[in-house]
Design a protein around this ligand. Sequence first.
Ligand code: G3D
Ligand code: MG
Length: 235
Amino acid sequence: MVKKTVKKVVLLGESAVGKTSLIKRYVHDEFADDYISTIGTKVSKKVINLNVEGQETEVNLMIWDMLGREGYMSTQARQIVGAQGVIIVGDITRPETMENLEKYWIPMILRTVGTVKLPFIFLGNKVDLADEDSLMSTLDIMAELEERYNHGMKQYIPDHLNTWFLTSAKTGEKVEETFESMANLLFYFDRAEDPFYTRIQDVIIKGLADIGPRTTTIEVFDQIMFEFSEAFGNM
Ligand code: G3D
Ligand code: MG
């Protein structure tokens, strides 16, 4: 008998690093040069079949594409809630987006999920455009991220997979491997539902929403979206 399971995976990273393109490439296996940038969230589904400890398992990956600008913190935090895995994406051709994986995105995730351990996969995207300098500095960053956040995890996934990749949504390089790795990692991070934790998480998110006066356009818009989601039961 095939076991069926549903897992929520979120892609994070600054605007224009290629999140939407990676999802499109993976879900439809094509690369569109002309689509409208994401406003809000879009959820795509892809089914992967895995053999988990001798058990045929159908994994339904629900892949969340996210609004990727700094400042929309409570909106982003809300979307991370309930995620079982996070793929954090930078653009190799823009070093600051790679540096922000650790400076901005990881702290943001940790503030949101608290002590829950989630698998992270790190991507340096647009490898098709990379020159030697940007490639070298990306490899340094990846080595550090792996050491700090994914130490020893590679042993839990098949040899051809990894916890970080240099990808191209344009050529498709390492896109399949990224999601396959995530599907594998998810099984080593399964956690039971914890009602106390769920309550704490609400408090954390409300806290993020309440930080200081909301003055910039982004902050005000973020607040509006937060309250809108609140009113519609977190949809
Ligand atoms: P985002 O969802 O993270 O905001 P997008 O990023 O997927 O919208 O991609 C931003 C731009 O980068 C898009 O270009 C897209 O075509 C391009 N892009 C994404 N991934 C790659 C890649 O791997 N290689 C190359 N060469 N380009 C990529 P436009 O011009 O449409 O804004
Ligand atoms: Mg997008």
